[in-house]
Design a protein around this ligand. Structure first.
Ligand SMILES: *Cc1c(COP(=O)(O)O)cnc(C)c1O
Length: 481
């Protein structure tokens, strides 16, 4: 499989070349040159793999269609090592939880549980694989990598838990000092591994991001210290997420003649873009429901055809904070497909148009209607009040607590139900990560998995620093012998 850029660059690369890279040289995102097609026979074969070899077997089947520069036996071993019951808490790895009232003939919805990995958010699903892929590839090349990132919570902790103790990798993770939830701070700062560096910046999340950008723009420093990232535009992360759409489908259906819908709590459009890839491969998905919070950049696009990025002043701080985005960094991938893979048009829209006008408008383009008609996308938005109401309703009806992001997914899923088509809502985090809103909704603390008891009292390893790029560079240099 070869990979190309969404902005039309003529280079074609292989998987391991793009694995450790961020953007393509022209500023675009990488996508496979084509989507391998899963016909009826293949889908039947994959259902068999799911039944007999489980998640790791299915992951290998999906990944091997996109990765041909890692020997099959090695790739299989990486999948087997990543997706274990020990790490993800159940033999199915991503079990379905039906929301079904007593006596009802069918469940109203299913939650697909993606949040039982080490940091209790779905980002572990991809990041755990990435950690093993990085270690494998770096050792093969005899190279090192220093991952520099900025996080407001879920991404940073998932990256640290995936990279801890891995040979050849160090993580320097900046976060806004004092602004993450106490549980999230405890999760990250209690990691004592030598290759993990927590840097709490006196400032807000944007300051952290600015520092990461400034360091990455210093090409001499970047090369000398082998600085890399693990952000959500990484193709390997997206690819890993394709697997659980297949796993969800096989669990919710008995035959491959059936269709399902997925509702996806969305921010940077990484998770639902993986659903788009699965659907392009031929998985029988009727609708992909994009659920946003008050930061409704994506809902606005799917309703109106206008994509309008927000300034930091119009980005809301919400109670589903992992979806608080001003622009959706993976969205360019879908627009590339929507516009018939016209790289020069995508380069114009995400280059000049966004830079000069902060928006582009496809409402009068005949291709826009295909977003829904051909690609199955629909959308909706959920607010703080909706979130509280949904958390209360799901708990009252089914005795199940959902986190704030998953609640957004449930709220919007309910607006797009079709009779006879199972609706799967991706559970993107567990409620304990966002306890204060759960307490606001239900008046009680959410359930805490046993391994997290007392985590807030553990010793912490974190360096507090001012928002000063030069000092961060010094810190990195000093810790990269
Ligand atoms: C990251 C995250 C999201 C958003 O996922 P995208 O891939 O950015 O759309 C939703 N919910 C939770 C809990 C997250 O951590």
């Amino acid at each position: 499989m070869l990979y190309l850029s969404t902005r039309g660059h003529t280079d074609r690369k292989r998987f391991c070349e793009i694995l450790l890279e961020g953007l393509a040289p022209d500023g675009g995102l990488y996508l496979p040159a084509h989507y391998p097609q899963i016909d009826a026979q293949k889908l039947a074969q994959w259902r068999g793999i799911w039944d007999t070899q489980g998640y790791a077997g299915l992951a290998f089947a999906v990944l091997s269609l996109y990765i041909d520069d890692i020997p099959a036996a090695d790739l299989k071993a990486l999948c087997d090592k990543t997706y274990t019951e020990q790490v993800f808490g159940s033999p199915q790895i991503v079990p379905l939880k039906p929301l079904q009232a007593p006596g009802a003939p069918t469940p109203e919805l299913y939650l697909e549980a993606l949040s039982n990995g080490p940091t209790l958010a779905f980002k572990d699903m991809a990041m755990q694989l990435l950690g093993n892929l990085f270690e494998y590839e770096l050792s093969r090349r005899d190279e090192e990598l220093n991952i520099l990132g900025a996080t407001s919570g879920d991404t940073g902790s998932a990256a640290e838990y995936a990279m801890r103790g891995k040979k050849g990798v160090r993580v320097f993770m900046t976060s806004p000092n004092g602004r993450m939830s106490p549980f999230q701070q405890a999760q990250m700062f209690s990691l004592l591994d030598e290759n993990i560096h927590n840097i709490a910046i006196d400032g807000v999340f944007d300051d952290c991001q600015d520092i990461v950008k400034a360091v990455s723009n210093d090409l001499t420093f970047k090369r000398k210290y082998k600085i890399g990232t693990v952000n959500s535009i990484n193709w390997a992360r997206l690819l890993a997420q394709v697997v659980y759409y297949f796993a969800g489908y096989f669990q919710a259906t008995k035959t491959n003649a059936e269709e399902v819908n997925f509702s996806v709590p969305s921010g940077n459009f990484g998770n639902v873009c993986a659903g788009h890839v699965a659907r392009m491969m031929g998985l029988p998905i009727a609708k992909l429901v994009v659920a946003t919070n008050e930061n409704d950049v994506l809902d606005e696009f799917f309703r109106t055809g206008v994509y309008r990025v927000r300034g930091s002043a119009d980005t809301h701080e919400t109670s589903s904070p992992s979806m608080d985005i001003s622009k959706a960094s993976n969205f360019e991938r879908f627009i590339f497909d929507l516009l018939g893979r016209d790289g020069s048009r995508v380069a114009h829209l995400f280059g000049a148009a966004i830079h000069e006008q902060g928006r582009f408008d496809l409402s009068s383009d005949p291709l826009f209607v295909q977003a829904a008609q051909r690609y199955g996308f629909v959308s909706g938005k959920s607010t703080h009040a909706d979130r509280l109401a949904t958390i209360r309703d799901v708990f009252a009806r089914y005795g199940i607590m959902v986190d704030t992001h998953t609640a957004d997914g449930v709220k919007v899923a309910r607006e797009h139900q079709q009779t006879g088509v199972p609706m799967l809502v991706l559970e993107t985090a567990l409620p304990i990560k966002f306890a204060s809103t759960l307490v606001e909704a239900l008046g009680r603390e959410p359930y805490r998995p046993a391994q997290f008891n007392g985590i807030e009292a553990l010793p912490k390893r974190v360096q507090i620093m001012p928002a000063d790029t030069a000092l961060i560079k010094e810190y990195i240099a000093a810790h990269c012998d």
